[in-house]
Design a protein around this ligand. Structure first.
Ligand code: 5CA
Ligand code: ZN
Length: 407
């Protein structure tokens, strides 16, 4: 599919420090160690409703990764999927009497517009599952050849007993895995499975559902296998970061890692599993299924998109937090101050600002820390002035290149 258009990223003097990130599998902050090309896969939306602030928060976190790697001198190869055929999308289309394809297309287009407004750098490949059916089927054949699958009433399952490292990504106990599998699209209670945690790879055609031909009969991909197939096809194994919100730790990223491992024999599938916290509204995780949503498309009509971006950056990406309307107002105030300061003819020297923002971001994306550095410079510029005529332009470039905030 078409990706979205890329904003220009200014080049900063010198180079940023190597990026360190919290890897869920390691349970600690670790250095990322990309080669000249850093490779990242981030799980995309299921396009049955408009982009909400929770999605935006997650894609913004990985946008900071992208920008930090570029600043450290890497080229970034970034791939993202769109789950353009899945149960919730088909259910929503059924309820509202829309064609599921049209619903997906419309919401994906709105997502592109939202990402552009927020200055999120686009993936090199933006891939729909419906474009990847052959790759998914090939991967399932590979897993079948390895003896890792079985068939139940026409549906193909991954046999969890074939995954020697199962649990290595999430570190969760089996009891939690069972509970989360049930809450997040799995079917631990289905009769006839060899193990309750076995997961669906291929869903045989059901009446009224879309289907594609395959070596296992007509049907459609299960959820996890889509991301494994799309990541493998575009990035190969051992890519640097697999990302998404923390609701994807289990089962999605856990299961995907073992599909990749069993299919290729290589471990780890991704070198780091990085997860953004959940954004809540009125005390509950913002989610399409609950309907407690603040849409980016609506918010950016009321607020400058750069203020929306700043409001999200005011939280550390790993924190869970709750959206309140006053956060948009505070971000507008911050944006106005930064713009006033960066619009001065001269200001206090900003070399230390560059070093400090780089230090904050390279330390597991401490965006709130980076905002404090820029707040401090803006405060000094506005209250005391300064004599460096280059400083305001440098500060504008720092905010743009590293934080994606255009002043
Ligand atoms: N299509 C799958 C991934 S393959 C999916 O999870 N789609 S989604 O539309 O439900 O979510 C898209 C991304 O936004 C995922 O990375 C998810 O973890 C993240 N996300 C969803 N809800 C929130 C939330 N309330 N706060 C933060 N991130 C969220
Ligand atoms: Zn995914």
């Amino acid at each position: 599919m078409r990706s979205w258009s890329a904003p220009k990223v200014p080049r900063l003097p010198g180079a940023g420090a190597p990026l360190r990130l919290f890897d869920t599998a390691a349970g600690e902050v670790v250095p990322t160690q990309p080669g000249s090309v850093a490779r990242m896969y981030v799980c995309g939306i299921t396009p049955y409703d408009a982009t909400h602030l929770g999605h935006a928060n997650t894609y913004l976190a990985f946008d900071l990764v992208n920008r930090a790697w570029r600043d450290a001198g890497h080229e970034v190869h970034y791939t993202q999927n769109a789950t353009d055929v899945d149960d919730p999308l088909l259910e929503r289309a059924g309820q509202t009497g829309q064609d599921w394809r049209e619903l997906a297309e419309r919401e994906i287009e709105l997502f592109r517009t939202d990402m552009e407004a927020l200055r999120i750098l686009p993936p090199r490949e933006y891939v729909g599952v419906t474009e990847s059916i052959d790759q998914v089927a090939e991967l399932i054949v590979n897993l079948r050849d390895k003896g890792a699958t079985y068939v139940l009433d026409g549906d193909v399952y991954f046999d969890v007993a074939a995954a020697p490292k199962f649990g290595a990504v999430s570190g969760y106990a089996e009891e939690s895995m069972l509970a989360l599998s049930g809450e997040r699209g799995g079917d631990p209670g289905r009769a006839g499975k060899k193990h309750p945690l076995d997961w669906l790879l291929w869903r045989a055609e059901r009446p009224g559902e879309p289907s594609w031909p395959s070596p296992f009969g007509p049907g459609r991909p299960g959820w996890h296998i889509e991301c494994t197939a799309i990541a493998l096809a575009n990035l190969g194994t051992g890519f640097d970061v697999a990302g998404g919100g923390s609701d994807l730790i289990f089962p999605h990223h856990e299961c995907g890692a073992h599909e990749g491992h069993v299919a290729t024999g290589e471990w780890p599938f991704a070198r780091a599993y990085v997860h953004a916290g959940m954004v809540a509204l009125d005390g509950e995780k913002m989610s399409k299924s609950r309907g407690n949503l603040v849409f980016v498309s609506r918010l950016r009509q009321e607020s400058d998109p750069m203020a929306v971006r700043l409001a999200l950056l005011a939280h550390h990406y790993r924190d869970d937090w709750e959206w309140t309307a006053d956060q948009a107002a505070s971000a507008e105030v911050r944006l106005a101050r930064w713009r006033s300061a960066a619009g001065l003819a001269a200001g206090p020297a900003a070399d230390a600002v560059l070093a400090d923002v780089r230090a904050r971001i390279s330390d597991d994306l401490d965006a709130p820390g980076a905002l404090a550095v820029l707040d401090d410079w803006a405060e000094r510029a506005l209250s005391q002035g300064g004599t460096d005529p280059q400083a305001p332009a440098l500060v504008r470039d720092i905010a743009d290149a590293l934080l994606g905030v255009r002043l």
